[in-house]
Design a protein around this ligand. Structure first.
Ligand SMILES: [Zn+2]
Ligand SMILES: [Zn+2]
Length: 177
């Protein structure tokens, strides 16, 4: 299998129980999709809050050209990791593997950490406002809690938006009917 960036042969490594294939020139690696999810789920809490908060994620101006899967050569699909538009990764639907460019695995872990820390804040905010639990999740609420919004918004704005949403929805529920 060849690196889609430099055409050198990929190396073979093991992470947990899964095989992964890094480029010898460190352009990136081919890795099973599920392995990435479990690495991030176990790893995000190791990223200090300050590190996560200081990273700025901005969506690309234009989508990147797609690459061929190193294993089966099918065109890989480009999609935003966890809905985060700033992190566009390549996935082969046939092999269920991802190609992650050198910085993308780190970006993904830091982005998830940033979103998870902010979600903890919002749960604390709900307690602080002392509002009874609201039934269901309005679509606006889902946007506020999406990884994309959490990662790309200024923290003060994000907290204000969530607080405003909770209060308005409580006192004027018909606005969100
Ligand atoms: Zn390479
Ligand atoms: Zn493939």
């Amino acid at each position: 299998m060849k690196c889609p960036r430099c055409s050198n042969g990929l190396l073979k490594g093991v992470i947990g129980n899964a095989a992964m294939f890094p480029c010898p020139e460190r352009h990136g690696l081919l890795i099973p999709r599920k392995t990435v999810a479990s690495i991030i789920e176990r790893g995000w809490a190791a990223v200090p809050r300050q590190t996560a908060e200081s990273r700025v994620f901005r969506p690309r101006a234009a989508p990147r050209a797609s690459i061929g899967c190193p294993q089966c050569h099918l065109a890989m699909e480009t999609y935003p990791f966890c809905g985060i538009r700033a992190i566009e990764i390549d996935r082969c639907l046939r092999c269920d593997r991802l190609w992650l460019d050198a910085n993308e695995l780190e970006d993904a872990v830091v982005a998830v950490a940033k979103a998870k820390y902010r979600l903890l804040d919002y749960d604390a905010l709900k307690d602080k406002l002392r509002l009874p639990p609201l039934e269901g999740e309005h679509f606006f609420f889902r946007i506020l809690r999406s990884y994309s919004y959490l990662c790309e918004t200024d923290p003060a704005l994000a907290e204000a938006a969530m607080g405003l949403y909770l209060v308005v929805r409580y006192f004027a529920p018909s606005l969100f009917a």
